[in-house]
Design a protein around this ligand. Structure first.
Ligand SMILES: [Zn+2]
Length: 636
């Protein structure tokens, strides 16, 4: 059958877009109000606030987890706590009627009401006295975040130990967690403390568009599974015991982490590589389905590139191991998620099998891998509230992805480079943000307040990453990378907000960023310029958006020479004359330094269209927008 190349490319782009939209975001919770405006807490890193010793046994027949845990919580605040809050995330999937499922639109691809998920707490008591603490519904509730009053208030710096016993039903793989046959991915799977920060508990239930928020601590995990299962988990392997009854218990230990996740499947193929980071070695362990084993080096290479580059830019990867999990094909919903020192990714799946040329030219596998590993810095070390300010999580991950892919494959061909058809990641982000018209959505918007899932994705991933890319191009790569490193160093093992990011960047750059953050992060103003008129004697350029943003304006003359000047954008208009030389073209921001200007079609004009650089640029962008419009038309 003859394949129309244009349709094939569109189909691939559509598949890529669908995969990104479904693979990258997931589900969760957060806090109300405007946390970005509140005072940052005093004190330094808080890497040992909430620690867990967990024993869990997998029943592969019922798909249930039987667990017990000792939670040790140290009150990190200057306040006396009268209560604690506890997440019971799996209750989001108890029925098609939970708050989470209603927010998700009543139906979520892959959700089966006949294979729901839930968690029931059978014991919740003070460890020292054995005193039971009351949970709503006696521990059997539809809630995903429950309030538990304390019999004795917990003073500042004081420690509380809790003994918890519970049963969890994993759903058929759904929203990052669950089972598919004898494959298991346990995410959001155990009773877990909420965060008390800046004077209040995070009382938000888990929302469909939101991810997570947790304190740092140390984890001891003992997973009991059938003896023939291959396991992987956050942290490092700390021993294995054959129980002599057809099961084994595998122990893991993780330090300074906000969570642990684990997976078990008899069919995994395991590949490892030692990656030198600074003066230590990080072990990368990749767990692959058998039919993906031939791509092992590609998965390892992507992980290594991410570890090396992010470490160089934002501080050395702080854990001894990174586990990369690729779920089997019928469990794709478990892919594309981040946990401390463990990520789940995917294959080059959108590419039809048997087309190795396409597979080489399209970087789907690498995109997802380096995106998820970026989260090992933001938010796994710099733990912002992923629900309340999702852009500090996903915008950062996609900005890091843009940077790294650009270095690996070229900025304009980082998504694909196929027979002269090239697609850059940042350009794809901008196309998405433009098509969904999210330029006026404030970045610091809680995930559950976006009008739609698509608006959430386009804003926090798309506008978020383009905003950081714009700052990079405004201040230069070196200065901005140093500033982000300063943010990471200041807030590692703590809970920053957008306001804390602004303060850290301002401090490092020595610049007041109120105008920038006020417009794009906290406000609804946009940056937009256009060419108002052009003739051989003069060009008039115009600021259409509210934000006066420093911008390059380039005149190209009839003799082929050009002149570029910086306009501060303060006035509404700027008139440029050629100083006696006839003008042929004018281009605003010809080098696309303002990455978050969504509409660039009116940024350039030419009198004699003989492919001056400025016009070639605008023409390419136009072609791309047309491609995307068709793409979105196909996706629906
Ligand atoms: Zn992400």
């Amino acid at each position: 059958m003859k394949l129309d190349p244009k349709r094939a490319v569109l189909a691939i782009l559509a598949a890529l877009w669908l995969a990104l939209a479904t693979v990258l975001p997931a589900a969760a919770q957060a806090q109300t109000g405007t946390p970005a405006q509140t005072q940052a807490p005093a004190g330094g890193p808080q890497s040992d606030v909430a620690s867990y010793q967990i024993q869990v046994t997998l029943d592969p027949t019922t798909k249930q987890l039987h667990g017990s845990e000792r939670i040790t919580y140290r009150n990190p605040s200057p306040d006396t706590l009268q209560e604690i809050w506890v997440h019971l995330y799996l209750n989001a999937f108890r029925s098609a009627d939970t708050q989470w499922m209603r927010e998700a639109g009543g139906e979520h691809r892959g959700f089966s009401a006949s294979a729901p998920g839930w968690i029931k707490v059978e014991q919740f008591s003070l460890a020292d006295s054995g005193t039971p603490l009351p949970l709503p519904g006696g521990g059997d509730t539809e809630e995903t975040n429950v309030r538990v009053p304390l019999p004795t208030p917990l003073g500042p710096g004081k420690t509380l130990a809790l003994d918890v016993r519970w049963t969890a039903q994993l759903p058929r793989v759904f929203a990052r967690t669950g089972y598919a046959g004898d494959f298991f991915m346990a995410g959001q799977w155990y009773p877990k403390l909420a965060v008390y920060d800046r004077g209040h508990w995070d009382t938000e239930p888990w929302h469909a568009n939101a991810e997570f928020f947790a304190d740092f601590g140390n984890y001891d995990l003992a997973v009991t599974v059938p003896a023939n299962y291959v396991t992987g988990a956050s942290g490092v392997r700390a021993g294995e015991t054959d129980n002599g009854n057809g099961t084994k218990t595998v122990r893991y230990r993780a330090e300074r982490v906000t969570d642990v996740a684990w997976t078990a499947w008899p069919d995994y193929r395991v590949f490892t590589r030692e990656v030198p980071i600074g003066s230590s070695q990080v072990q990368v362990e990749v767990l692959l389905p058998p039919d993906e084993a031939g791509n092992a080096s590609r998965h390892l290479d992507a992980a290594q590139a991410a570890l090396e580059n992010y470490s160089a830019w934002y501080g050395a990867y702080p854990w001894p191991k990174l586990t990369v999990v690729v779920p089997p094909e019928d469990a794709g919903g478990a892919g594309g998620m981040e946990y401390p020192s463990l990520v789940t990714t995917g294959t080059n799946a959108p590419i039809p099998p048997g087309l190795p040329v396409l597979a080489q030219g399209v970087h789907m596998l690498e995109i997802v891998t380096v995106h998820e590993i970026a989260h090992e810095w933001f938010p796994m070390q710099v733990q912002s509230n992923e629900g309340a300010e999702a852009w500090l999580d996903e915008g950062f991950a996609d900005y890091l992805t843009t940077r790294l892919l650009g270095r690996l494959y070229g900025f304009d061909s980082s998504v694909m480079d196929l027979a002269g058809l090239r697609q850059g990641y940042a350009e794809m982000m901008r196309g998405e943000a433009k098509a969904l018209d999210v330029s006026r959505e404030p970045l610091a918007t809680p995930a559950w307040q976006f009008p739609s899932f698509n608006a959430y994705v386009a804003t926090v991933y798309g506008k978020g990453s383009l905003t950081l890319l714009s700052l990079e191009r405004l201040f230069g790569d070196e200065r901005f990378t140093a500033a982000l490193r300063h943010y990471a160093d200041t807030w590692r093992w703590r809970h920053p907000t957008s306001a804390d990011l602004q303060a850290a960047l301002s401090e490092s750059l020595g610049e007041n960023l109120d105008w920038f953050f006020g417009a794009f992060v906290f406000g609804r103003d946009v940056v937009a310029y256009r060419v108002a008129s052009l003739d051989a004697a003069k060009a008039v350029v115009e600021r259409v958006g509210e934000v006066p943003y420093p911008v390059d304006v380039r005149l190209t003359f009839a003799d082929g020479t050009s002149r570029t000047q910086v306009w501060d954008g303060a006035d509404q208009r700027l008139t440029l004359d050629g100083g006696g030389r006839p003008i042929n073209a004018v281009a605003i921001d010809p080098d696309e330094r303002i990455a978050l200007e969504m509409d660039r079609l009116d940024n350039a004009r030419v009198l004699q269209p003989d492919a001056t650089p400025a016009f070639a640029l605008a023409g390419r962008w136009l072609a791309f927008v047309q491609l995307l419009l068709q793409l979105f038309g196909q996706v629906g």
